[in-house]
Design a protein around this ligand. Structure first.
Ligand code: FPP
Length: 261
């Protein structure tokens, strides 16, 4: 039984809440928002928020793995983030080098395997190498998958999948009538996650309530939890609170009776 202390928003009282270990969301996806605002509030440059955000990734990945989450997908850089000032983009591109350079031994200790989804061939060479090395170094880990969305966009992902299917049709290898949801699933960047491909729980920090082009296909039946904390302030308790909220929901997947998530 996982328990945590929660401050009740209405009464202000601290209460002990319990998580149902049998209903931990298998795939948790997070839109890590608010690094810039966190820094701004402290009169720091935006990149200070990203650096602190990287430390939060370490805390949350470790906590999720201990809670029994099987896949943790983190939106680290979108196909639209290239529009940011060059200095900020360059800093964001260095973060994986820093992160994997220091954290891979802990990932291995926690049996966490690294996966990346996105157009990684467009990343700087040093970033690509850091990612490749981390994937190779953790390849034998059998616990949680830590899936970084890097240069990822949900619409671009669907476009690429459609192009691949069209190529197969053109080559006479695929009948258009055979294109179904499974065929599309198999062309998406989550295909290798098999039955864990769709997030059960999607969290977005920092008060914004939008998807920002994240996993558009895969979140069709995900539960959404929006939190007020900026990402650098998110921690193990915040993750437990989000999972607690998830456990109060009744997932029906379009049917009438609650289905187990
Ligand atoms: C959104 O906050 C955050 C990002 C675009 C970057 C997220 C990256 C990290 C948290 C670090 C990732 C770590 C690794 C290991 C790759 P924002 O800058 O848009 O915040 P704002 O809306 O307050 O400006």
């Amino acid at each position: 039984m996982f328990s945590f202390l929660n401050k009740n928003q209405s009464t202000g009282e601290v209460e002990e809440l319990h998580l149902d270990e049998a209903n931990i969301p298998a795939h948790v996806a997070i839109i890590m928002d608010g690094n810039g605002r966190w820094a701004q509030q402290r009169h720091l440059p935006r990149i200070a928020g990203h650096k602190q955000g990287m430390d939060t990734v370490k805390t949350v990945a470790t906590a999720a793995s201990h809670l029994g989450v099987k896949v943790l997908t983190l939106y680290a850089f979108s196909t639209e983030n290239w529009k940011r000032p060059t200095a900020e983009v360059n800093y964001l591109m260095k973060l994986p080098v820093d992160f994997f350079g220091t954290f891979v031994p802990d990932l291995i200790k926690n049996n966490i395997r690294v996966k990346v989804m996105g157009y990684t061939d467009k990343l700087p060479a040093a970033t690509q190498k850091a990612v490749r090395d981390a994937i190779a170094d953790t390849a034998n880990c059998t616990g949680m998958v830590l899936n970084f969305a890097l240069n990822y966009g949900g619409r671009a992902e669907i476009v690429t999948a459609v192009q691949k299917l069209a190529e197969a049709v053109k080559a006479g290898k695929l009948d258009p009538a055979a294109i179904d949801e499974v065929a599309i699933d198999q062309q998406l960047m989550t295909a290798d996650l098999a039955e864990l491909r769709d997030p059960d729980l999607l969290i977005r920090t920092s008060g914004e309530e939008r998807l920002s082009n994240f996993m558009l296909w895969q979140v069709a039946y995900s539960e959404f939890v929006f939190t007020q904390q900026h990402w650098p302030d998110f921690d193990q308790t915040a993750l437990e609170q989000a999972i607690y909220e998830y456990q109060q929901r009744h997932r029906r997947f379009g049917g009438l009776t609650p289905a187990k998530g």
